[in-house]
Design a protein around this ligand. Structure first.
Ligand code: GLV
Ligand code: MN
Ligand code: MN
Length: 453
């Protein structure tokens, strides 16, 4: 079936009937009834849970109003008023679905609902709702609203899972995955002083959300404390859209390391200092940026390297910059690959500094470890998608995700849906309403299947 339909055929529906419902029908003797085919169909339809697509897409539109910008995108950076107000609205929706929400010490919105077997570890669902500055309306938001929709669907059907459920909306994903990394015990103390796009430091931002940066250690989870974590997310690349595939089954998520790079030269008069007597930090920076780009392109492998931010001091047209501060980010599916690229870059800066009369230093400020998803959850996602007549494709994720930190203490699965033209981190980011619904239904079916185990 083509991806635009995404509806189940009758056969698929019978095939998709989950084990609990099948057993339930068998136990009540309904399987022995001599029903007309249409009556069977209606009966099984009632038993098969599906998300409420119009409600989900309507709530996606409501979420957009928190931090909407004139470009049609979103400025809901972590710790901003829009971030706080949207979390508040979502907490209300979770209460309506029978969940008990609270903000943990790391500023995560965590909402729990007991299962019928309280001794079991919880199944976690969620993502993030903070955006990059000038971001789009789908990154993180699909997975967050998808989790809320699954919660609402279960509540509507008065369906109680065996496992306790936990919906998590993680704090500051875009500015350093603070919330999910705190659960994995990855946040380093110095990070709390990093100034984020909101203007607040991470520490102050956590406090604004209702957390407590001095008690991060207490949110750390132990191995096996969750049965699994499921994250629905837009692909943010063009593979699914170009190949007309409904669902991406994520095999692994890239590791990311970031450094502050400082180039020091000498501030001087831009009019009176001859060209051969300058130590221009901006020239050193320009050569460095080129080195980063050419190194990552030249080396074998699928690594990517980016200088994404640059600030020159003092920053005036008539002053030779004495200092440039930049960020360097390197990503790869293996941490060793990242180290190799970094060593290659840092080992080749001597020529730049000699020729430009500058000094260059690196300070690593962020590490997010590469993580494979759990093999057995990939299979469940695939089976769930197939039961909904949706096509699937296994793929890596070049974007970072909360799931990669949760993977440090629990098995994780990630479901991708197509990004139109592969655009992301931009106002034009778009995913069709049908794909949003498809993703949420796969999330729901995957959860139900996991819950049976
Ligand atoms: C998250 O969006 C990342 O990949 O930076
Ligand atoms: Mn995201
Ligand atoms: Mn993002």
């Amino acid at each position: 079936m083509g991806r635009k339909g995404g509806r189940r055929s009758q056969g698929a529906l019978l095939f998709g009937m989950d084990r609990r419902h099948f057993n339930g029908l068998a136990a009540t003797g309904l399987m022995g009834l001599n029903l007309r085919p249409q009556a069977w169909f209606d009966l099984l339809s009632d038993q098969n849970l599906e998300v409420d697509g119009p409600r989900l897409n309507q709530r996606m539109r409501e979420l957009e109003s928190f931090g909407a910008n004139a470009a049609g995108g979103i400025d809901r950076v972590a710790f901003s008023d829009a971030n706080i107000e949207a979390l508040d609205w979502m907490a209300g929706l979770l209460v309506e679905s029978g969940f008990s929400p609270s903000i943990d010490f790391a500023g995560n919105l965590i909402a729990r609902k007991p299962g019928s077997s309280p001794e079991l570890p919880s199944i976690m669902l969620g993502s993030h709702i903070d955006s990059v500055p000038g971001g789009g309306n789908y990154d993180g938001q699909v997975g967050s609203m998808g989790a809320l929709e699954v919660a609402a669907t279960l509540a509507d059907a008065a369906y109680t899972t065996r496992h306790p459920l936990e919906v998590s909306i993680f704090s500051n994903e875009e500015g350093g995955k603070t919330g999910s990394r705190a659960l994995a015990g990855e946040v380093e103390t110095f990070e709390l002083d990093i100034v984020t796009a909101s203007g607040f430091t991470i520490g102050d931002g956590i406090q604004r959300l209702g957390g407590n940066p001095d008690r991060l250690e207490e949110v750390r989870r132990t191995d096996g404390s969750a049965e699994a974590f499921l994250e629905l997310h837009i692909e943010q690349g063009a593979v699914l859209d170009a190949d007309e595939i409904d669902i991406g089954v994520v095999e692994g998520i890239v590791g990311i390391m970031r450094w502050t790079v400082i180039v020091d030269g000498s501030t001087n008069h831009a009019g009176t200092t001859p060209m051969d007597r300058r130590s221009d930090a901006m020239v050193g920076a320009a050569r460095f940026i080129d080195l980063v780009h050419t190194t990552a392109r030249r080396m074998p492998g699928r690594q990517v390297a980016t200088v994404g931010r640059l600030e020159a001091e003092p920053g005036a047209p008539n002053v030779i910059p004495g200092r440039v501060t930049m960020t360097l980010e390197i990503r790869d599916l293996s941490m060793a690959g990242i180290e190799r690229v970094f060593n290659e870059i840092s080992g080749n800066t001597a020529r730049i500094t000699e020729e430009t009369g500058t000094h260059l230093s690196f300070q690593r400020f962020y590490t997010s470890r590469a993580a494979p998803t759990a093999m057995w959850i990939r299979e469940i996602i695939e089976t769930s998608a197939q039961g909904l007549s949706l096509s699937t494709h296994r793929m890596p994720s070049g974007a970072g995700h909360d799931a990669q930190s949760i993977a440090l203490f629990a098995p994780v699965g990630m479901i991708f849906i197509p990004s139109v033209a592969g655009v992301s981190h931009a106002p034009d980011e778009h995913t069709t309403p049908q794909d949003v619904v498809n993703g949420a239904n796969v999330l729901l079916q995957t959860l139900l299947e996991l819950d049976e185990r």
